[in-house]
Every structure is written in C-alpha cells, then in structure tokens.
Design a protein around this ligand. Structure first.
Ligand code: SF4
Ligand code: SF4
Length: 76
C-alpha cells in the first residue's frame, strides 16, 4: 500500500451529491464490502461506514457521476 492510499484511508471518504442520485443501486451492488452506498447517497451524502476501503468501485460505476472522493477536513 503506497503512502497516498494510506493517507486517503486515514482522512478520506466517499461523498455523494444527492441531487444527482437516481437511486439505481449500482453503487451498492458493486461495493466489495457490502455497503449500501445508495442509502448514504439518498440521505446524507457521505459514506461513513467503517468498512469502506476507498476502493473506488462505487465512484467509478455510478452512471450519474454522483460519487466522488473528498478529504474529511474538506467535508463539513
Ligand atoms: S450508482 Fe449513483 S445514481 Fe445509482 S444509487 Fe448509487 S449514487 Fe445513486
Ligand atoms: S469506495 Fe469501495 S468500499 Fe467504499 S463504499 Fe465505495 S465501493 Fe464500497
């Protein structure tokens, strides 16, 4: 694991723009950790489940460009 990934895991998370989400569920279906990403996208906009390993699968597969990575200090 390289230094950049370690830093992201310590300080980053996936966030969603709820205005773009169409609740298709592709993100949840493709999360290798079994996280219901769709539910986070619907209500809060940030995936705060501790099982998230920031693999990027949900970000890459969302057909609406809803999901992105951010740093905790930038998300308040
Ligand atoms: S894949 Fe994107 S549009 Fe579909 S439920 Fe997840 S966040 Fe919403
Ligand atoms: S980044 Fe990976 S582990 Fe985290 S919620 Fe998305 S698909 Fe799941």
């Amino acid at each position: 694991m390289d230094a950049e990934r370690v830093r992201l895991l310590a300080t980053g998370l996936v966030v969603a723009d709820p205005g773009r989400c169409v609740q298709c569920g592709i993100c949840s279906h493709n999360c290798p950790c079994g996280i219901d990403v769709r539910a986070f996208a619907r209500v809060a906009g940030a995936v705060t489940d501790a099982r998230c390993v920031l693999c990027g699968s949900c970000v890459a597969r969302c057909p609406r460009g809803t999901l992105s990575f951010t740093l905790l200090r930038q998300w308040t």
